[in-house]
Ligand binder design. Structure first.
Ligand code: PEP
Ligand code: MN
Length: 367
């Protein structure tokens, strides 16, 4: 997709990451100095690589807690002095960048609601010219790879080479168990566009609930992600933002110790890893396939009921003759074996008849 060949610094250039994965953790928001410093001290014991906290919070609705802003800036120094760890925060305007840098932030991230807007990203890219600081770029809210790529290119063109992508999932219309559907295929495609771009998973914003953090983190590691950004809070239930998805430092310790870390040490291991990536993609595609199939069956049912209401025969031979002719033809154009597709539609046909017969049975029962 991208015409530019971009080369990024490896994580090791800006994060001591001998122990993969890189772990960035901390509260969703910097609530009070005490909360921030105490959380960071508890996380330091887990050997996390950096502390995160939102100082400016881009919230969907104006009455939510929008971050402490300027008054929280001096707390950056307190966290760094107490832990010796680098501090990461979200920036959304050139002024945020200026203030975050002035108060000693070590890592900046661009949030999903900013990545979506090229004007915003360009303003920040201009403010980052000549600044040597790692910038993490979250995926845009909507599932559009080009916007993510565009934001990375804009920051890269400002001269920043310590860039990593953060995969935090996407807003979709589909009902899923996630707060933001991961759509792993989009992140994998990003890796094929920028093979050496480090990628970090944010399971907190993907899942929206603490019980699912482990599962999504493991999946990210199985896909060979370079790091994880996980929200942690000393008292998650009373957090001022994103309460349901934050974990205590103790819970994070358990998550980290349960994670299986894949090492790509030999040709064989790389092969296995790649095969696994492909299998995960296939799992996602299969789920999509099933969702589409479920939608089709709902339509079969609706059409069956509609015909019954209008006293029209449920099974229409001409319609199915047309389907058996057209679908294999469409398949051929898409390089899919037409006999396989003909067989597949025979199965779909059988199932459609079963569903439609049930509708007739129900009518008989009512009568
Ligand atoms: C966050 O990291 O707290 C945040 C607001 O994230 P996102 O931009 O992914 O919604
Ligand atoms: Mn959050």
């Amino acid at each position: 997709m991208s015409k530019q060949k971009l080369t990024f610094n490896p994580l090791s250039a800006w994060a001591s990451n001998e122990k993969k994965p890189l772990i960035i953790s901390g509260p969703c928001s910097a609530e009070t100095e005490e909360q921030l410093v105490n959380t960071a001290l508890a996380l330091k014991k887990l050997n996390v690589h950096a502390i995160r906290a939102g100082i400016w919070k881009p919230r969907t609705r104006p009455n939510s807690f929008e971050g402490n802003g300027t008054i929280a800036l001096p707390w950056i120094k307190s966290v760094k002095e107490a832990t010796g760890l680098p501090f990461a925060t979200e920036v959304a305007t050139p002024q945020h960048i200026e203030e975050a840098l002035k108060y000693g932030a070590d890592i900046l991230w661009i949030g999903a609601r900013s990545t979506v807007n090229p004007f915003t990203v360009q303003d920040m890219a201009d403010a980052l010219k000549g600044v040597d600081i790692p910038v993490l770029i979250k995926n845009p809210i909507n599932p559009e790879l080009a916007l993510w790529i565009g934001a990375i290119e804009r920051i890269y063109n400002a001269g920043v080479r310590n860039i990593a992508a953060i995969h935090r999932g996407f807003s979709t219309q589909r009902k899923t168990k996630f707060r933001n559907e991961p759509l792993w295929g989009i992140a994998i495609e990003l890796k094929t566009v920028f093979p050496d771009l480090p990628i970090i998973c944010d399971p907190s914003h993907i899942t929206g609930k603490r019980t699912a953090i482990y599962e999504v983190s493991q999946k990210a590691l199985d896909l060979n992600y370079d790091g994880l950004m996980i929200e942690a809070h000393l008292d998650p239930d009373n957090a001022w933002s994103d309460a349901a998805q934050q974990v205590t430092p103790a819970a994070l310790e358990q998550i980290i110790s349960a994670l299986k870390i894949r090492q790509a040490t030999s040709q064989d291991a790389m092969f296995i890893n790649h095969l696994e990536e492909m299998r995960h993609q296939m799992d996602d595609i299969d789920r999509d396939l099933l969702e589409v199939l479920a939608q089709r069956m709902t339509m079969v049912q609706k059409a069956g009921e509609y015909k019954r209401e209008h006293n029209v025969a449920i099974f229409q031979q001409d319609r199915w003759a047309e389907i058996f002719k057209s679908r294999p033809e469409w398949a051929e154009k898409m390089n899919v074996n037409k006999d396989f597709v003909a067989d597949l539609f025979k199965l779909i046909h059988t199932e459609s008849i079963r569903i439609q017969t049930e509708i007739t049975e129900r009518e008989k029962l009512k009568a």
